[in-house]
Write a protein that binds this ligand. Structure first.
Ligand code: ZN
Length: 194
């Protein structure tokens, strides 16, 4: 039985936790960042995290035909989750105009159900865009799953939401960011253009 404390240990040990002054993909600023790419360097850790997510989702009775993730952050986790679940996976990525879309010949057929998989959910922006994409194509969103929930309970979702760890790091609007007030340079470790 892997506990949340074990998972936090895995994330710390793999140097996924960063401290400094970061612009999150949501646009908010924070003194802490969870760089999941660091934990996914280790396939054994990816396997552990993905197996736990699939177990949680299935124990809740949620069924899905495929996994879909927002690029880039969600791709590695989405791939391994789909492998563990024994279903296909696709990913959505941003066009030059910043809109999330399906490329590379990926498509969604009406009625197909998807588990949306993301690495870290803060405002849920990317995940919500992927959910909209699935629905616009006639698909069904079965649930949203992630490694870390740092939404602090502020996410309003109409599907079940599963996370492996809950992080309570504060995030600030740039206008009221105490780190900006200190004049610290801000770093953008995510992949979404802001
Ligand atoms: Zn700031």
């Amino acid at each position: 039985m892997v506990t949340e404390a074990d998972l936090l240990h895995i994330l710390k040990e793999s140097h996924a936790f960063l401290s400094g002054h970061f612009r999150l993909s949501s646009g908010l600023h924070s003194g802490n960042y969870l760089q999941c790419a660091q934990v996914f360097r280790f396939p054994g850790h990816s396997e552990t995290l993905s197996r736990l997510l699939v177990e949680k989702v299935r124990q809740a009775g949620v069924v899905f035909d495929q996994v879909i993730s927002p690029a880039l952050g969600g791709i590695l986790f989405g791939y391994e989750v789909s492998r563990q679940a024994g279903v296909p996976n696709i990913f959505a990525e941003r066009e030059a105009d910043n809109r999330m879309s399906l490329r590379r010949g990926f498509s969604i057929r009406p009625g197909e159900s998807f588990l949306v998989v993301e690495d870290v959910v803060t405002t849920g922006g990317s995940s919500l865009e992927v959910m909209r994409l699935v629905r616009e194509a006639g698909g069904r969103v079965a649930a949203l799953g992630c490694v870390a929930d740092r939404s602090r309970g502020k996410l309003a979702l109409d599907v079940p939401f599963f996370s492996l760890v809950t992080l309570d790091f504060p995030a600030y609007d740039p206008e009221s960011c105490p780190l900006c007030a200190q004049g610290l340079p801000v770093v953008k470790p995510g992949s979404k253009k802001v």
